[in-house]
Design a protein around this ligand. Structure first.
Ligand code: NAD
Ligand code: ZN
Ligand code: ZN
Length: 361
């Protein structure tokens, strides 16, 4: 058993704090990971706000890279010393999605069996089954994806959640390819990654939409060809004007609100695709759209869970592109912070000051 420092959310809406927690030695199918870097994702804030479920206390953090310290007796996929990115899609190989050859939808992903606890024995709920704002964390071995050890942990750890979600929303879910026109609504960490992914895939026109000019400047640096501030201008008209009056082939909603989804719906060309990657809250309803418009405009209305990624396939490939200078993951790291700065990082995220604050351990 290991006693380490970690960031815990005790109750809905209350500031997070640092605690000493107990982390068991790995049993069958498990791995103990010494965390090196973990990004602060909007989803951690959703947990703290009680927006995911009520299973407090939460051990936050889930966008991480580190080194495997020990593994359970039966584990062969990773070994002590391996540099890994943690993922929340350890595919089971047996569910109906896996059995039909679509493991990126796996409906029965693995987490560690043993529980990490507070000093008094209270069981912790690790965010997305990871819990990596901690010096060490216990995960299922399948949650560890081995990648090139020379990569910067703060940058490649972001592939563990938000950056993969955005890249995959474009490349995997949206099938963005050479020559396509794309619009991305919301240019935080996830939307900016969708822009970078669209550029990587060879999109011809990439339109960034946000209500914050600082985010639009960042989007330009990620490769957006045009920007629209939707606080001042109608994004549907703007996107149509920039695409020959037609609308974009793929529109990605990286905000996740009824009004942004409606913009995405109408800003898309006939037979185009809408990808919802931003996560709505439970009380939000589908916007009022005549059903004849759904029929008449054709195409596909899709949601993207974790960018429909397959970590074993996508993480090593994206780390390779990063190392070749073709995918600028460093551009997502706005600041490196300590474990005790997570609450301040939530504030900066809320005010739009950062793409990603990354805790360095
Ligand atoms: N689908 C997945 O698997 C997955 C994974 C990770 C995160 N997410 C979700 O993606 C969303 C974005 O995450 P993030 O980390 O990029 O958040 P973020 O807070 O960094 O970025 C949100 C951006 O949207 C902009 N915005 C807000 N309202 C807007 C509006 N009405 N129109 C245009 N732009 C608007 C903000 O200015 C900001 O730039 C969150 O809902 C998060 O929970 C989804
Ligand atoms: Zn499965
Ligand atoms: Zn996340």
């Amino acid at each position: 058993m290991h006693q380490v420092q970690a960031v815990v959310a005790h109750a809905k809406g209350e500031p997070v704090g640092i605690e000493t927690i107990n982390v068991p030695d790995p049993g069958p199918g498990e791995a103990l990971v010494a965390v090196q870097a973990c990004g602060v994702c909007h989803t951690d804030l959703h947990y703290r706000e009680g927006g995911i479920n009520d299973d407090f206390p939460f051990l936050l953090g889930h966008e991480a890279a580190g080194v495997v310290e020990a593994v359970g007796d039966d584990v062969t996929s990773v070994a002590p010393g391996d540099f890994v990115i943690l993922n929340w899609r350890a595919v089971c190989g047996n569910c109906r999605a896996c059995n039909r050859g679509e493991p990126w939808y796996c409906f029965a992903t693995h987490n560690a069996t043993q529980k990490m606890t507070l000093a008094d024995g209270t069981e912790l709920s690790p965010a997305l089954g990871i819990g990596a704002f901690a010096e060490k964390t216990l995960v299922a071995a399948g949650q560890c994806t081995k990648v090139d050890a020379s990569a910067r942990p703060a940058a490649v750890g972001l592939l563990g959640c938000g950056v993969m979600a955005g890249l995959g929303a474009a490349i995997n879910t949206g099938n963005v390819s050479r020559g396509k026109t794309v619009a991305v609504i919301g240019c935080g960490g996830v939307g900016s990654a969708a822009i970078a992914g669209s550029v990587l895939a060879g999109a011809d026109t990439v339109i960034a939409v946000d209500v914050d000019d600082r985010k639009l400047e960042g989007a330009r640096r990620m490769g957006a060809t045009h920007t629209i501030n939707s606080a001042n201008a109608d994004p549907v008209t703007g996107i149509q004007e920039l695409t020959g009056g037609n609308g974009a082939d793929v529109v990605i909603d990286a905000v996740g609100r009824p009004e942004t989804w409606k913009q995405a719906f109408y800003a898309r060309d006939l037979a185009g695709t809408v990808v919802l990657v931003g996560v709505p809250t439970p009380e939000m309803m589908l916007p009022d759209i005549p059903l004849i418009d759904v029929f008449g405009r054709g195409g596909a209305l899709k949601s993207s869970w974790y960018g429909d990624c397959l970590p074993s396939r996508d993480f090593p490939m994206l780390v390779s592109l990063y190392r070749q200078g073709r995918l600028d993951l460093d551009a997502f790291v706005s600041e490196e912070i300590g474990l005790d700065d997570v609450e301040a990082a939530f504030d900066k995220m809320h005010h739009g000051d950062v793409l990603r604050s990354v805790v360095i351990l």
